[in-house]
Design a protein around this ligand. Structure first.
Ligand SMILES: Cc1cc2nc3c(=O)[nH]c(=O)nc-3n(C[C@H](O)[C@H](O)[C@H](O)COP(=O)(O)OP(=O)(O)OC[C@H]3O[C@@H](n4cnc5c(N)ncnc54)[C@H](O)[C@@H]3O)c2cc1C
Length: 410
């Protein structure tokens, strides 16, 4: 289409017959996705429009975990998107899961976050590193509705992972785990979790090991749902809580990898997890852009539709650029997985989502702060993407580290 016609169709609110299709293709880079990736994107988009968007605000305001929506996503196979088919998964690539998380997060950030952590930080870890016995116990049911968690953070060890204090002591054929984990997403509803614990605190990161722990095991105590952000809560329909491990006895066969490999496993899994969080942030940012655009096209000020005011148009343009740059980095990270790409995608997507959501609130004026509209929810949801899965400051450090390493300047 000639650029003049595209501009005209944009100005007229996408009135040119093919304009909607063109805009949607531009937005999603559909032409660069494989047929399989396109069909997963379409599946997630349809599900989002039909089941998530209409319910997201209600679930958020009521703080209700999206059980029904997760049940439907399980039927679609998305609770095991990357898991091998023999364990009940779809056996898809990371980009397919990434575009699905983006679409779901556009409709409901809480659902997108739950699905992202379950897949990238739990199911994929077991699928890629578990023994056949571990997969039988800790994977098969988890593509059919059980929810898995990732317990790394502790009260005194968030960014400083090597400082974890949860200890694993050997006792014959068993490990005995004791300690406290923080912020474990979905632990209240989950059935099992990956737990990182040290077998020798003096070795710091070299003493960490990775375990699979059923959440109904004797000695596991789940805390209360964490209240976040004052009265409001990011991902209000999702949950995170402490887990106390009080001499939890698990068979030796529940250890993933070898003692001392846990730190590397956690870091490599976070490389994947951060792609999921970046996709989550892109979805939230797209939702904020859509919300602002919809409002600006209707609202009048000074006798003009808001989109005709240069400052509003300028904000919308900035929002579009922020969304698209984040999306490009996120898709690249999903196809070329490495620490630098994942950290860069999470860094940019988190920051951009917060900026886009802020613009959205501003464009909507007073209504931007009202819980009767979606802008304030996007604002809360966007902020969290700069914290969980590793704060932005750490992502920047990681990018800097690999940049200097590539240049032999460390
Ligand atoms: C909604 C939510 C869900 C979560 N889900 C999970 C989960 O499922 N599993 C899990 O294990 N954890 C989870 N977390 C925990 C999350 O990953 C941690 O909060 C995060 O890694 C930061 O750790 P911290 O809160 O201890 O902050 P700290 O590590 O104490 O950092 C605080 C601040 O200090 C600064 N800082 C710290 N270290 C550095 C550094 N080296 N360089 C520069 N600046 C630095 C940064 O500004 C940082 O923001 C979740 C958190 C939230 C909010």
């Amino acid at each position: 289409m000639a650029s003049g016609a595209l501009l005209k169709s944009t100005r007229l609110g996408l009135s040119w017959p093919g304009a909607k299709a063109v805009a949607s293709q531009c937005r999603t880079f559909t032409s660069q996705l494989t047929e399989q990736q396109k069909s997963i994107q379409e599946l997630a988009r349809t599900f989002t429009n039909e089941h998530l968007k209409p319910n997201a605000s209600r679930l958020d305001l009521q703080g209700r975990y999206p059980f029904e929506q997760l049940k439907q996503l399980t039927k679609l196979g998305l609770m095991g998107a990357n898991v091998d088919e023999e364990y009940g998964g779809l056996g898809l690539d990371y980009l397919s899961l990434t575009v699905a998380i983006e679409e779901l997060s556009r409709g409901c950030a809480s659902t997108g976050m739950i699905l992202s952590i379950h897949n990238f930080l739990y199911a994929n870890l077991v699928n890629e590193r578990g023994t056949p016995e571990q997969k039988e116990k800790f994977l098969c049911d988890f593509t059919k509705g059980s929810i898995g968690c990732f317990a790394l953070s502790e009260p005194d060890a968030g960014s400083d992972v090597a400082n974890i204090k949860t200890i694993a002591k050997s006792d014959g054929d068993h490990w005995i785990l004791s300690g406290k984990k923080s912020w474990v997403t979905s632990a209240i509803e989950g059935s099992a979790t990956v737990v990182f614990a040290t077998v020798n605190p003096e070795l710091r990161h070299k003493g960490i090991a990775c375990f699979l722990v059923p959440l109904d095991a004797e000695g596991v105590f789940r805390g209360k749902k964490e209240p976040l952000m004052g009265v409001s809560v990011s991902y209000r329909a999702a949950t995170a809580c402490d887990i106390t491990l009080d001499e939890v006895r698990i068979p030796k066969s529940y250890m993933v990898g070898e003692p001392g490999e846990g730190f590397r496993i956690a870091m490599e899994q976070l490389d994947q997890g951060r792609i999921g969080i970046a996709a989550h942030a892109v979805g939230i940012a797209q939702a904020a852009l859509d919300t602002a655009m919809e409002y600006a096209k209707e609202r009048e000020a000074f006798g003009k539709i808001l989109t005709r005011l240069p400052s509003v148009k300028d904000r919308l343009t900035d929002m579009c650029i922020l969304v698209e740059t984040a999306r490009l980095l996120t898709y690249r990270a999903a196809t070329h997985v490495c620490t630098k790409n994942s950290a860069m995608a999470k860094y940019v997507a988190g920051r951009n989502a917060a900026a886009v959501a802020d613009h959205c609130v501003q464009i909507m004026g007073g209504r931007g702060l009202s819980t009767n509209y979606n802008a304030e929810r996007h604002f809360r949801d966007a902020r969290g993407t700069q914290i969980y899965g590793g704060v932005t400051d750490i992502q920047k450090r990681l990018v800097g580290h690999y940049l200097l390493k590539e240049h032999g300047a460390l």
